[in-house]
Design a protein around this ligand. Structure first.
Ligand code: SAM
Length: 259
């Protein structure tokens, strides 16, 4: 019997075999690799990933899907199923501290929290390939100066090189989502591109700046940095946050440290 897609788990299953193959081709799985897949669902990608001989860890929250995955891959020694919420899982423990690749056609309702969760292990991650809403991929890969540039772009680009690969139309899924989707590749930097002494302060600064993106820095950073401190970082306090690049946000965060 066919599984009835559950909205609360963001279930839009890939149903177009050509697109499934195209995605697995860009991932290029192979023997000797450790791959973690978030949300294998009905195993659209999983079947090809498992056939590559890679050591595969599947994270699935849906009990019914978990049961059928267990049956389906019972005889595959390279496939390991972890049932539960990926957001609660320690990815380094699952893979016994080995470096791993991360893939997934992510549930769109929790794609941003899942991304931030994954980024915690960026020093162990070889690369990531995700299907996301195209609008989210645009924000991840955005450059300063435009509307799409914001917290997500900055946090992703601080950790990784972000490369959008191709778009996927709604008809490729069952049920069809209302929006276009896209495949994105993230490759963690071997060394951060800018120096940040205190990550928590940097995150607070970026979050506050973009919570009022129409205001000038002087106004939107009130309580964190005054106009003199902003100017001392070499930045015009009359600019809007979307004009600043990653290194300028890092410079502002260092000013907070100096306070
Ligand atoms: N990979 C399949 C495909 O491409 O057809 C399914 C993709 S579907 C968009 C998202 C999958 O993630 C579903 O199987 C869903 O049950 C699972 N999922 C949703 N939330 C999850 C969570 N917090 N942890 C693990 N899996 C989750």
């Amino acid at each position: 019997m066919q599984h009835r897609p559950r909205k609360r788990f963001g279930q839009n299953f890939l149903a177009d075999q050509q697109i499934i193959e195209r995605i697995v081709n860009v991932i290029a799985p192979g023997v000797g690799q450790v791959i973690v897949e978030i949300g294998p669902g009905e195993a659209a990608l999983t079947t090809l990933l498992a056939a590559s001989g890679a050591e595969l860890h599947l994270l699935e929250i849906d009990r019914d899907l978990g049961a059928s995955l267990e049956q389906r891959f019972a005889l595959a020694p390279n496939v390991h199923l972890h049932r539960g919420d990926a957001l609660q899982m320690d990815l380094s423990a699952l893979t016994s501290g080995q470096r791993f690749r991360l893939v997934g056609n992510l549930p769109y309702n929790i794609s941003t929290p899942l991304l931030f969760h994954a980024l915690r292990w960026s020093d162990l991650i070889v690369d990531m390939h995700f299907m996301l809403q195209q609008e989210v991929v645009n924000r991840m890969a955005a450059q300063p100066g435009g509307k799409a540039w914001g917290r997500l772009s900055i946090m992703c680009q601080y950790r990784c090189t972000v490369t959008p690969l191709f778009t996927v139309p709604p008809e490729a899924f069952r049920p069809a989502p209302k929006v276009q989707s896209a495949i994105v590749r993230l490759v963690p930097h071997p060394k951060p591109p800018v120096h940040i002494t205190d990550m928590a302060r940097f995150e607070r600064l970026v979050a506050q700046a973009f919570s009022m993106r129409r205001k000038t820095l002087r106004n939107c950073l009130r309580g964190l940095l005054d106009a003199d401190a902003i100017a001392a970082a070499g930045i015009d306090p009359g600019l809007r946050p979307e004009a600043l690049d990653l290194s300028q946000f890092a410079a502002l965060a260092e000013r907070m440290n100096a306070d």
